[in-house]
Design a protein around this ligand. Structure first.
Ligand SMILES: NC(=O)c1ccc[n+]([C@@H]2O[C@H](COP(=O)([O-])OP(=O)(O)OC[C@H]3O[C@@H](n4cnc5c(N)ncnc54)[C@H](O)[C@@H]3O)[C@@H](O)[C@H]2O)c1
Length: 316
């Protein structure tokens, strides 16, 4: 067994579970810290150890971190919904700011670099140049964007003070297998579920909003490449795609003709988002490998194999 231990907070979540798989494939020993609030224990590979802990519970988190003695910490646990952050900004702050501080303090005690999953679009806001470089000043328009920005600030401060090379990875719009269709975000999973179940997806912003879509396996590889690379990195493709194009590509993959319903954007949502991944290419030697058309088609087929016949949507 490898001596290297990685802690993955949020490892029972969509992206975190793929990070766990990538680490196991790279011969790490993995401890997952997750309160299973949106995560699912079934997503966690059997070779990893799952600790059901809330990162805002500092004593419980410290006990897990001290027992694991990690060489690296991947911090993905978060309140990750923009609309929930608008409805309950205090809880969003508790998890994304105080929880992040707890994770940082635990990792720092063991000299372990943290790789923090931050956000691209929600951080830069609506007025940034496109594709947006890391040097653009943050201008979030939602509490979620603000709490991720605060988490990054703590990470950078702890990096300066401790000399441990913590990294912040600002992710684009991540899609892939295991993404839940029941949240308000994750348009690929939501559209896939609607098309599969014969319903009409809702295209918010009348189908016009753009995002920078990146496959979850590419993201997992980027986060592994960021271990020990102090700094801030955009992780995405740098390609801007309209929601209506995602809908068309998924319809083609599904072989159906369902029509979408058009609706206005919801509070806190951006009109356009596309982030520049040049720094990750130059400094991490990483770039996205999965092309959107192929990635979407493969994701549609992987997701419908995961959906259960009695699945009903909470939002769409
Ligand atoms: N999905 C995207 O497109 C995207 C884009 C940018 C950034 N991110 C960030 O990536 C990370 C993972 O996102 P995801 O899409 O996999 O979301 P997810 O909701 O599937 O995963 C988050 C995980 O964190 C866990 N969690 C939540 N609160 C917790 C707490 N207090 N203590 C312990 N565990 C807790 C949940 O149970 C879940 O397993 C988040 O930090 C999110 O902000 C995601």
């Amino acid at each position: 067994m490898s001596n290297k231990c990685a802690i993955v907070t949020g490892g029972a979540g969509f992206i975190g579970s793929h990070v766990v798989d990538a680490l196991l494939g790279d011969d790490w020993r993995v401890v997952v810290v997750d309160d299973l609030s949106t995560g699912d224990a079934d997503r966690v590979a059997g070779e990893a150890t799952l600790e059901t802990v809330d990162i805002t519970d500092r004593a419980a988190l410290d006990a897990v971190v001290d027992a694991a003695q990690p060489a690296a910490v991947f911090h993905l646990a978060a309140q990750s919904s923009v609309t929930r952050s608008v409805a309950d900004p205090r809880r969003d702050c508790e998890i994304n700011v105080v929880g992040t501080l707890n994770v940082l303090e635990g990792a720092t005690r063991h000299g372990a670099p943290v790789v923090f999953s931050s956000t691209g679009g929600a951080l830069y806001g609506n007025r940034a140049p496109l594709p947006t470089p890391e040097t653009a000043p943050p201008a979030p328009i939602s509490p979620y964007g603000a709490s991720k920005w605060a988490g990054e600030a703590y990470l950078a401060t702890w990096r300066e003070a401790s000399g441990i090379p913590h990294a912040a990875c600002r992710l684009g719009n991540v899609y892939g297998p295991r993404q839940s269709p029941h949240g308000e975000a994750g348009v690929v999973a939501i559209f896939s579920h609607r098309l599969w179940s014969g319903e009409s997806p809702t295209l918010f912003g009348f189908g016009k909003p753009t995002r920078d879509y990146v496959h979850v396996q590419d993201v997992a590889q980027a986060l592994l490449a960021a271990v020990g690379q102090g700094g801030t990195f955009n992780i995405s493709t740098g390609v801007e795609t309209a929601v209506s194009s995602i809908f068309e590509l998924l319809r083609a993959a599904a072989g159906v003709t369902n029509e979408g319903e058009l609706a206005p954007l919801r509070p806190g949502e951006l009109e356009r988002s596309c982030i520049d991944p040049s720094r990750a290419r130059e400094q991490l030697g990483w770039q996205a490998a999965v092309r959107l058309e192929k990635g979407l088609a493969a994701t549609y087929h992987a997701l419908i194999a995961e959906f259960k016949p009695d699945d009903s949507l909470g939002a769409g």
